[in-house]
Design a protein around this ligand. Structure first.
Ligand SMILES: [Zn+2]
Length: 342
C-alpha cells in the first residue's frame, strides 16, 4: 500500500460524527431501481448506467432536479427503513459513531403523497436497527425545503407537532438564492418551542448575509455550508468568537461547482482563521463519496492527519450528542490518535 492508501485507510477508521447528511441524498442508483421495481414506479432511465450518466451537475438546481425525481421511488415505511439502514451501514464503515440526519418531509408528503407518519416510522425504525447493528447513535433533523411554499412548511410542522419528541432539530435546505432565512422566522420559532435544535443551510450559493440572518433571525446553532462567510470579515470574526460550527462538505462543493479545485478549497484557510469547521458528505450518492472520502480529498489537497483529526474532534463537539456519548466519542478518537501515532 502507498502512503496515500494508508492515510485514506486511517481516515476511514477515524472516529467522527456526521452532521450534514440528507438521507434522500444517500439513495444510490441500485437502491432506486430496486425501490422502483418494488413499488411499480416508472423511471425515465432503463439501466443503472444510464441513470449514473445523469450525475454530472452544472449547479445546485441541476442536482436538485434529479434528487427530487428519485425521491418518487420512496413509498412505504420499509423503503425509508432500508434507505436509512443502508446509509448507517456505509457510515459505520467510514468511522461514523454518531449521525444527525436531515430528511425533507414536504417532498414526501406534498410532492409524492406519502403520509408523514409513514416517513417518520420508517426512518426511526432504520435508526433503531442501525444503532443496534452498527452502534451508530444520532437523530433526525426535519429540514424545511425553502423553495416549497411557507404554507407547506407550516402544515408539515402541524403534522410533526404530536410526535415532536421523536425529532432532534429543524433545518433549512434546497435552492438558496432568492429564499432568504428571513422567510422562515415563525417556523423556526415554533420548532424551537418544540424543544428542537436549530440549524440552517446558508452561504452555499447565497450571500454571507443569509448566514447572518440564520444566526440572528432563526437562532441557528450551526450553519450548514457557510462557505461565503469568507466574503464578510465582521461576520467571520463573530463566528470565530462565538464558536459557531460550520458543516463543510468538500466533495459537494466540487460537484456543484461552488469551488473549482480541491486544492483551493477554503477549509484549510478557515481552520487557520479559527473557524470551527466540520467535514460531512451532504448527498454522498450524488457527490462521489461518503464522509471518509471527504476527509481523504482534503488529505490529498495537503491537510495533515493531525489537522483532519482536529476536524473530527470538532464534529463531536458540534454534535447534539449527550455528554456520555460525547465523552465516549472523544475517548475513541484519542485511542485512534495513539494507535496511528497522530
Ligand atoms: Zn445540504
Amino acid at each position: 500500500m502507498t502512503d496515500t492508501d494508508n492515510m485514506h485507510a486511517a481516515l476511514a477508521t477515524m472516529p467522527k460524527a456526521e452532521l450534514h447528511l440528507h438521507i434522500e441524498g444517500t439513495l444510490e442508483p441500485e437502491l432506486a431501481f430496486k425501490l422502483a421495481r418494488r413499488n411499480d414506479v416508472a423511471l425515465p432511465w432503463r439501466t443503472i448506467d444510464e441513470l449514473r450518466a445523469q450525475y454530472r451537475f452544472e449547479n445546485l438546481q441541476s442536482f436538485l432536479d434529479l434528487y427530487y425525481a428519485l425521491t418518487k421511488t420512496l413509498r412505504t415505511a420499509d423503503d425509508f427503513h432500508d434507505l436509512m439502514l443502508a446509509y448507517l451501514a456505509r457510515a459505520a464503515r467510514d468511522g461514523v459513531m454518531h449521525a444527525e440526519i436531515f430528511f425533507d418531509p414536504q417532498v414526501h408528503v406534498f410532492s409524492n403523497g406519502v403520509p408523514y407518519d409513514t416517513v417518520l416510522d420508517g426512518l426511526l425504525e432504520g435508526l433503531r436497527a442501525g444503532r443496534k447493528r452498527y452502534g451508530v447513535t444520532g437523530g433526525l433533523m426535519l429540514s424545511l425545503v425553502r423553495d416549497m411554499s411557507v404554507e407547506s412548511a407550516d402544515r408539515i410542522l402541524d403534522m410533526a407537532e404530536p410526535r415532536r419528541g421523536e425529532i432532534l432539530g429543524i433545518g433549512l435546505d434546497s435552492a438558496e438564492a432568492g429564499y432568504p432565512p428571513s422567510m422562515f422566522v415563525d417556523q423556526f420559532a415554533r420548532a424551537r418551542s418544540f424543544g428542537w435544535h436549530a440549524v440552517a443551510h446558508a452561504g452555499e450559493e447565497g450571500p454571507a448575509d443569509y448566514i447572518r440572518q440564520a444566526l440572528d433571525l432563526l437562532h441557528a446553532e450551526r450553519i450548514d455550508h457557510g462557505i461565503h462567510i469568507l466574503d464578510d470579515p465582521e461576520l467571520q470574526a463573530r463566528v470565530v468568537r462565538d464558536r459557531i460550527p460550520l458543516t463543510c462538505c468538500p466533495l459537494s462543493n466540487l460537484r456543484l461547482q461552488v469551488v473549482h479545485d480541491m486544492r483551493k478549497h477554503p477549509v484549510p484557510q478557515m481552520v487557520r482563521d479559527g473557524i470551527v469547521c466540520t467535514i460531512n458528505s451532504d448527498d454522498p450518492a450524488y457527490f462521489g463519496g461518503y464522509v471518509a472520502a471527504n476527509y481523504a480529498a482534503l488529505a490529498d489537497a495537503g491537510m495533515s492527519l493531525d489537522g483532519l483529526a482536529a476536524l473530527a474532534g470538532n464534529s463531536i463537539d458540534a454534535s447534539f450528542a449527550d455528554e456520555r456519548r460525547w465523552m465516549r466519542m472523544h475517548a475513541a478518537l484519542a485511542d485512534w490518535r495513539t494507535a496511528n501515532g497522530v
